[in-house]
Design a protein around this ligand. Structure first.
Ligand SMILES: Cc1ncc(C[n+]2csc(CCOP(=O)(O)OP(=O)(O)O)c2C)c(N)n1
Ligand SMILES: [Mg+2]
Length: 556
């Protein structure tokens, strides 16, 4: 059987139902079989980077892997940002790249670039398969690697002659490779519980790993049993419902909430589950660590003690660890009564809530989020890329379910939003998919509106158009006292985003007044078409942030 055909059979067998990509001479043999697949629907995107973001968004929304596929050379190098973006957020996906023939590798041949080598530091694993007989083994290993432990993005590069080779293959004997469970050490579970019981002000940090392991319910159950306030990271935003009495929201130096940061600062014992303690969450690590005692549960050994010294470090799948913790807690007695400070959390949350209601014209960006929270119900997925629009989104949006808030967390990639929303909407057509963007970020991957139009994927794109790269403006102003190359008046008075969107066969409108926002949202949802809303906002609003979780400068 031709290797190209085997590749498609394995993709099908591994459960792939959606492929995002662009054909090219270097990958056409695989495309020939992809074209006849009854199980995989292929979406032709308009830029290879978008293929990866779409596959990434598909997973974030559904927990099901999708794939990205493209040709060699510049097609493959266009994958790089997407692969980095997915991998840094532990998103499992498989990227297949075509390649020139094996005899030309390393000889400056046309569109022949060593993508496996290029992607090594930014992917979980990469392969360039030069022996046709190795392809089935490598493909299975690629899937296992993507899914196993801390998931990630993998690259399989297939030279043309390898794709075209005939090899022996018995489909019936080939199956996905097993993924062993990572179970917690019960002695450490006991120690963790001892530490939590000794604590005066314990808190739990629910990381993105909790969502990845399907442990959200277990996590909430344990928090309830122990009456632990729950802080979410940006990657788990929404997994702990914002309206849960134990939820104190996100913390961090940008997308944190005043309550999240305060409760963390008051804590003495921190139980971090499936979180990485990265800089955007911790800020100044000395302030963050303080005299706190940390329990860290992560599926990957390398995460424990990487950033903070953990008094108790448990290598385990989050779900298994939480089940073990709950069992141990139950064996020690009835569920805890809430401490006095825990009882007051819902009230405190209201009192410390940042203001979002303004009736200014031009519209204050905060007001857009007030309207988003009011209009869109629980069944709406949001994607975000980078910029103040994204940080405000993290600060203000109220999300009550996992897999509904889909940010480019670790990379902050401009251009993630539109293709990720397309992938998410394909995975979960029953939900709204809304990309929250800035006026500069909008032009990254803007061509993917054509994809939304062609395949009739009714995503909603909301632009906070402040005619500025405002995250960069704010950084220039306060960190370096200058302003250069960040003002973009043309986004208001020269370039017409409504016409551009209409040119891509999307519906679109511009909004100038706060009271017009809700109507625009309603028209967008009712249209059932891809829809772009260009909301003209105040130009120089600053956003609350700071160098440490104890030194957030508040702005309105
Ligand atoms: C691919 C990529 N290039 C550059 C950056 C750096 N960057 C972060 S935010 C930003 C400006 C964003 O402007 P806009 O989209 O208008 O958002 P705003 O901050 O105004 O809300 C830039 C250039 C990035 N995050 N990603
Ligand atoms: Mg802007």
């Amino acid at each position: 059987m031709k290797v190209a055909e085997i590749v498609v059979k394995i993709l099908e067998n591994e459960g792939i139902t959606a492929a995002f990509g662009i054909p090219g001479a270097g990958i056409n043999p695989v495309y020939k079989y992809l074209g006849t697949s009854k199980k995989i629907k292929h979406y032709t995107v308009r830029h290879e980077e978008a293929a990866v973001h779409a596959a990434d968004g598909f997973f974030r929304a559904s927990g099901k892997m999708a794939m990205a596929i493209c040709t060699s050379g510049p097609g493959a190098t266009n994958f790089v940002t997407g692969i980095y973006t997915a991998n840094i957020d532990s998103i499992p996906l498989i990227a297949i790249t075509g390649q020139n023939i094996t005899s030309l590798l390393g000889k400056d041949a046309f569109q022949c670039v060593d993508i496996a080598e290029i992607c090594k530091p930014i992917a979980k694993a990469t392969w360039c398969v030069t022996n046709p007989a190795d392809v089935p083994k490598v493909m299975r290993e690629a899937f296992r690697t993507a899914r196993e432990g801390k998931p990630g993005a993998v690259v399989v590069d297939l030279p043309l002659d390898v794709q075209m080779a005939d090899i022996e293959y018995d489909e019936a004997k080939d199956a996905p490779l097993p993924i062993p469970e990572v179970k917690p050490d019960l002695n450490l579970i006991k120690k963790a519980l001892d530490l939590l019981n000794e604590a005066k002000n314990p808190v739990m940090i629910m990381g993105g790993g909790v969502v990845l392991s399907g442990a959200v319910e277990e996590c909430i159950k344990f928090a309830e049993y122990m009456q632990l306030p729950v802080i979410t990271t940006y990657m788990s935003k929404g997994a702990m419902p914002d309206n849960h009495p134990l939820s104190v929201g996100c913390m961090g130096i940008q997308v944190g909430s005043p309550l999240g940061n305060r409760i963390f600062l008051e804590s003495d014992v921190v139980l971090g589950i499936g979180c990485r303690f990265t800089d955007r969450h911790t800020g100044d690590i000395k302030v963050y660590a303080g005299n706190r005692r940390f329990i860290h549960i992560d599926i990957e050994l390398g995460q424990i003690n990487k950033i903070l010294k953990a008094e108790v470090g448990i290598v385990s799948d989050a779900r298994l660890a939480l089940n073990a913790l709950l069992k141990e807690a139950k064996s020690r007695g009835a569920g805890k009564e809430p401490a006095e400070r825990v009882k007051t959390l819902p009230e405190l949350k209201k009192a410390l809530k940042r203001k979002t209601y303004y009736d200014n014209v031009p519209i204050k960006p905060q007001r857009v989020f007030y309207e988003l929270n009011k209009f869109f119900g629980e069944n709406t997925m949001f994607t975000t890329g980078c910029g103040l629009n994204q940080i405000w989104s993290g600060q203000f949006q109220e999300i009550n379910k996992p897999r509904m808030y889909l940010p480019s967390g670790g990379a902050g990639t401009l251009g993630f939003d539109i293709p990720a929303a397309i992938g998410a909407k394909i995975a979960k057509p029953e939900y709204n998919a809304v990309a929250v963007m800035g006026d500069f970020g909008f032009t990254f991957m803007i061509e993917e509106l054509a994809v939304a139009a062609k395949y009739e994927i009714p995503i909603i794109v909301i632009i906070l158009n402040n005619a500025y790269m405002s995250l960069i403006r704010q950084n220039q102003k306060y960190a370096y006292q200058f302003e250069f190359a960040v003002e973009m008046k043309e986004n208001l008075n020269l370039i017409d985003y409504v016409k551009i969107a209409e040119g891509f066969a999307c519906r679109a409108e511009r909004v100038l007044k706060p009271e017009e926002i809700a109507g625009a949202f309603e028209r967008a949802v009712k249209s059932g078409k891809p829809y772009v809303i260009d909301i003209i906002c105040e130009e120089q609003t600053d956003c609350s942030m700071g160098p440490s979780v104890a030194a957030i400068k508040e702005w309105e």
